[in-house]
Design a protein around this ligand. Sequence first.
Ligand SMILES: NC(=O)c1ccc[n+]([C@@H]2O[C@H](COP(=O)([O-])OP(=O)(O)OC[C@H]3O[C@@H](n4cnc5c(N)ncnc54)[C@H](OP(=O)(O)O)[C@@H]3O)[C@@H](O)[C@H]2O)c1
Length: 284
Amino acid sequence: MHSTIFRDDLLLGKVALVTGGGTGIGAAIARELAQLGATVVIASRKIEKIEPAAKGLSAETGREVFGELLNLRDRDSIGTCVTRILERHGRIDILVNNAGGQFFAPAEMITPNGWDAVVATNLTGTWTLTRAVADQWMLNNGGSILNIPMLTTGAFAGMAHSVAARAGVEAMTRTLAVEWSPRGIRVNCIAPGYVASSGLRNYPKGLGLVEKMKSIVPMKRLATCEEVAWAAVFLSGPAGAYVTGQTWAVDGGKSLWGDYWPIQDPPDMQPVVLPYESWETPEE
Ligand SMILES: NC(=O)c1ccc[n+]([C@@H]2O[C@H](COP(=O)([O-])OP(=O)(O)OC[C@H]3O[C@@H](n4cnc5c(N)ncnc54)[C@H](OP(=O)(O)O)[C@@H]3O)[C@@H](O)[C@H]2O)c1
């Protein structure tokens, strides 16, 4: 298979780690990177996801894609994963922090444990893996880090825990971009809007919303995983050579318009009264 956007062999000789690369958006990014010649390692918690995905991506791209176990909520697992990749492949040029997860819940239903779990995966896990890759490779050799949070510029009702964690990732991205620029490391984010990924099946309660989602996106459709992957490759590869500390929304205009969280009008909603100054004469 060939990329429909980028030149074959664009990333030949590069090694990329894509977390959550066995499913959805991560698999599309892994596929695109492998098609461009990179040696790709996909990593997540479940061997039953990683093994078939590594095999499938290898068969599709004609280039061996490797699988590793990784639990972002376990510091030892993170350290071990990075060490193994460096032992086996010698370098990590591109880190795509795509893995993440949350559950859909109104804020008043989020328990302390639920909050801690979501922050641990999406913020602390991203930080810990980023530091491990930086410490063991990038601080001395340069590289490119791409984080995949979510839209954080407005409210994300039902996702208070995750949007807080993801906004933390964006702030961290800007700061690392400045601190690590002299080390030859670029750090960016892609904030997907609504993406038609297999991951949406993890939200049984939210599945009814999927059809509604189309209506509140100016482009009137969900993104494909490939559309996110193209932007990911642009930013993390040579096309993004002078871009760092940025968040690109790949959202069909979603962040500009529309929402899915109905807020009922109260029965006693007051009419709007436009005030007059003391020297003005009210109109009848
Ligand atoms: N789809 C959308 O509309 C959308 C919108 C905005 C943002 N995003 C974000 O984009 C990313 C990819 O989304 P997706 O739709 O492709 O979802 P997905 O298929 O559910 O991908 C999530 C991946 O993260 C891995 N993962 C979860 N917890 C982990 C942990 N503790 N350690 C290591 N890996 C872990 C999962 O694999 P294991 O179960 O094997 O660990 C899975 O491969 C996620 O961060 C998601 O929140 C998605």
